[in-house]
Design a protein. Sequence first.
Lengths: 183, 195
Amino acid sequence: MHLSDEQLLEPDAEQLDHLKSCEECRYRQGNLLSMRKSLSRLPELKMERSVWRNVQVEHQMQSSVKEVRVWRHLTSALAASILALVSFLVINEFKDSHSELDSLVSENQQMYALIERLRSSEQFEYKVSVKLSQIQLDEIDLKIQKAYLDSKSDKVKTELWKERKLILQNMLSQHLEKKSLSI
Amino acid sequence: MFGKAVLGFGEKVAHTLIDRARKGDLRALEVIYDTYANACFSLAYRISDNYDLAQDITQDVFIKVMTGIRNFRGYEELGGWVRRIVSNETINRIRSTQRLHLVGEDEYFYESDGDLFNNNWLESCQDLDKLLAKLPMNSRAVLLLHEVEGFNHKEIARMFDKSESFSKVTLSRAFAQLRKYASQQKREPSNAFKR
């Protein structure tokens, strides 16, 4: 059985084996190879030189578009990074302001507790200045309560607690002054 | 319009030049263009039979080459790589512009009479390009891709997004049509002295 035209055009391993032993198929294959040679000898057509310039221009345009895309991507990434950094700082500041407020409240409580202990042991003298400080303390306590009720910012609350701390420090220093004088 | 006698995808380019081209050296890229542009244009033109389209395809092919060469690995296969790009590009373009008549599934059962290669009927052919231009575009494309460019049926089928049978049938049919035109050309009196 000879090879079909289709088999001759792209023989598989078995068909190549057949070609080795079949003179008629080899002859037909020889004709095909000659035709293939003629087709391969087709003259090359010449390309217009201007196309290279077009290629360069088009390539540069595509590269520019790509660069712009990369730049846009980078700037977006940069913007995102800055935003993340700012958020981190704001959150930290928020945390810091909270911790400052917490420690101020704690300090105020400790100082007030000390004054209360001194008062209960009658070691605390109720001088005019101390009484004035107590009025100031009552006022600031009202302000602090109002600040919490009005949901004022931590900054406002911190300032009020600082003010209260100064009043308490003043009360204690007056007491210590009196003590040292009496000694 | 005619230049060298053979299609130049087999031409080699110096390794150092390919390295320079990978780094974006325009002079090196221009040498690669000069080496393969005519081969690309010849293949695109012979398949499409359209001068402007073939130029356009060649332009697009080299834009792809300029971009893709950065990632191209291997020195010896540069011509083969460019050949593959131009072949795919040409088939895609003629398919998208519907210039290509694709054989229907029912036409896959075509089988030649088994006498296509009993003699070298192409030997006495006067103008092979003229003969090829008479073939339908799909026959011309498969014939050139298989017989001249060395693609196998599997590769051609992939390019056309068809089965291997499509490539086999189209190829043997192309040979049969070419033989018919060749015998007609032989019978026609020479036009040399016609006005």
